[in-house]
Design a protein. Structure first.
Length: 284
């Protein structure tokens, strides 16, 4: 009987942090569309244009009927332009169904990036991986938990841009390689949507016990059926972490006690050559 209770509690806990992850990452309940489809007349070119306006601060993929994909970066994105005789002309733009998803398809494998630990340098922390059954039977979701005390500062594991969130107690960071880190089970966030975030920068305060981070990317393989509406087209992954001596990837069932450190390689990995040069010069 005790084993049954343990299994039920474990399943409940897994469902709970999966739901908490989705409250932060998902914007399904947003009162306004995050990506708007606008058709307008451009008098300079005497053409009708289809514009996708991305009102978030990170990248989105727009999918239209017929398996047509468009990257929608923050702000206005011109996707079609057709010459017309006058402003009153329709331009033959079809009103096809479209959906948008946070993220764009990756150019490289997510394992190409390395991640710092999200708690204070010099403090030993316990890392535990969690794997649960995803929203369908074909895949799983992976999360990492990090031991933390109440009000501990949570630091960015990799640099990027802070996105809009569905729950203001969490943080979503869009990295340069178009992966996302979702920080949740926190008391409060310390960054605002649109902030440029550097690795090691404070992003939130821990709620106590554990801080969870999920790592995801929009996966092209879930669009192979050429459907506009895909329930959850994301793949979770476990990144390589720095333990002070080497990079490692937490095992599926293992727990690791490590001491967070920051290295020059971690700090500069996503910098341009000019940024890296300035950073290294400033350290001298």
């Amino acid at each position: 009987m005790r084993y049954r209770i343990f299994i039920v509690l474990l399943a409940f806990a897994s469902t709970m942090y999966s739901q908490e992850f989705m409250r932060v990452f998902s914007l399904n309940n947003s009162p306004e569309p995050i990506v708007q489809n606008i058709v307008r007349y451009n008098p300079a070119t005497k053409s009708k244009e289809r514009i996708y306006i991305n009102n978030d601060h990170c990248s989105y993929m727009v999918v239209r009927k017929g398996a047509r994909y468009y990257n929608a970066f923050p702000g206005e994105n011109l996707v079609e332009s057709r010459p017309v005789q006058s402003q009153a002309s329709e331009g033959n733009f079809s009103k096809t169904e479209y959906r948008y998803y946070r993220g764009i398809f990756l150019k490289n494998e997510p394992a190409n990036g390395y991640y710092a630990l999200p708690l204070a340098v010099g403090e030993s922390i316990l890392i535990a991986p969690h794997t649960i059954r995803a929203r369908n039977s074909e895949r799983t979701e992976n999360y990492l938990s990090f031991s933390a005390q109440n009000n501990d500062t949570v630091y960015a594991m990799r640099g990027g841009v802070a996105c809009l969130v569905g729950d203001n107690k969490g943080v979503v960071i869009n990295h340069i390689d178009e992966t996302f880190a979702v920080y949740f089970h926190m008391r409060s966030a310390l960054v605002q949507p649109g902030d440029a975030v550097e690795v090691g920068q404070p992003v939130g305060l821990a709620a106590g016990g554990k801080v969870y981070v999920g790592f995801v990317y929009l996966d092209e393989k879930y669009f192979k059926q050429k459907e506009v509406a895909v329930e959850y087209p994301y793949t979770h992954f476990v990144p390589q972490l720095w333990d002070g001596e080497q990079f490692f990837q937490p095992g599926e069932m293992a727990k690791s006690i490590v001491v967070p450190t920051l290295t020059t390689d971690l700090i500069t990995q996503d910098m341009t050559k000019a940024q890296k040069k300035r950073y290294l010069k400033g350290k001298k």
